[in-house]
Design a protein around this ligand. Sequence first.
Ligand code: UD1
Length: 417
Amino acid sequence: MQKLIIYGGTPLTGEVQISGAKNAALPILCASLLTGETLKIENVPHLKDITTMIKLLRQMGINVSIDKEFEVSLTAAQLSSLVAPYEMVKTMRAAILVLGPMLARAGEAKVSLPGGCAIGLRPVDQHIKGLRAMGAEIEIEHGYIHAKANRLIGTHIVMDIVTVTGTENLMMAATLADGVTVLENAAHEPEVIDLANCLISMGAKIYGAGSDVITIEGVKSLHSTTYQVMADRIETGTFLVAAAASGGEIHLKKTRADLLDSVLDKLIESGATIQSGEDWINLRMNNKLKSVNLRTSPYPAFPTDMQAQFMVLNSIAEGTAIITETIFENRFMHAQELKRMGACIEVEGNTAVVHGVKNLDGANVMATDLRASASLVLAGLIAQGETIIDRVYHLDRGYEQIETKLSWLGAKIKRIN
Ligand code: UD1
């Protein structure tokens, strides 16, 4: 199993290019199921979750070609299998995103139930409820969601909770439904808008993506297009926190400040100076790091996917911070590992109280999920001495070439087998 070794203490300084967003690329890859024509996707990040999704789509009969720049062309002329097997869904929950488009296009889909995962239960009841409301017959059998529908029918759906992939699944399904679908209490995340824009350029009629209510007028068929995936706001935020916590200065290219206002606000509150342009962000940290309270919530509020990274920042900041996690019920596993590095953190239910200490000490730590691994990398970068991170495969699911990018910024980091 691969590990990362980090020698901490170097302020990160320099320039880095941000990759395409994993959480936008995954649903956009699934949108290829909605048409027999070719969908060409640019700025796809080179990540484990993306290769898992491509493998899944290939085994359904989609023809996938990938060029040197990792631009991906997908043609779903015919679907040879309508099954997303357990082996794939268990490694990547986002595989649930094939359910809506496959059902809408082929009239049938069998997708393994994702089950629980390290950060919480994460049910998919809202995906199922929405598809049933559109006329699908759905049975849960042998751990699989088995859905059938001759043609989905447009309807009014009020989602009980805000769910990102739930909104995306239903929006994709509704593009080929008979009539108009209204999704109320929809997720506002920029990745939902990016998917909607891709679908619109494939001929879908979607209004209101990014707001509470999304209206989709079903069409008979969608067609080919070329679409460029948006920048990854979580990778952007992770690098900004790395620079702030290490006391450095960083210039990020190919990203957008308006994707992460809540995160930038917290960085400014922590003492950073931030400037931005149309496709770049610059962060300089020459003040004393101050602790910042935060509460995770659906977009545009503070993202749960940035909570672990800010726990690291708070662990060496002046003062005490209260972090409240409202999206996932078990998303503080990194706290235990950070405590092994000298952080002073008390966890009580969905709240963590972080008392800033002078510095962290390098230690052997274990990654437990994607964003928790990112937080351990950040901790290693600011700690004194050597940190060895085990189970880095979690990191490879969501960060493209992280150690190469960090090395460009002066980090002392290497991967070993
Ligand atoms: C997506 C992101 C993930 C991010 C999360 C929250 C992708 C591929 N992943 O995950 O990185 O952390 O949004 O911003 O885009 N829930 C239900 N029933 C459902 C669906 C969700 O109860 O049918 C609950 C979940 O358990 C969770 C909350 O709703 O507590 C939000 O989850 P959701 O927005 O669905 O997360 P994902 O789409 O899985």
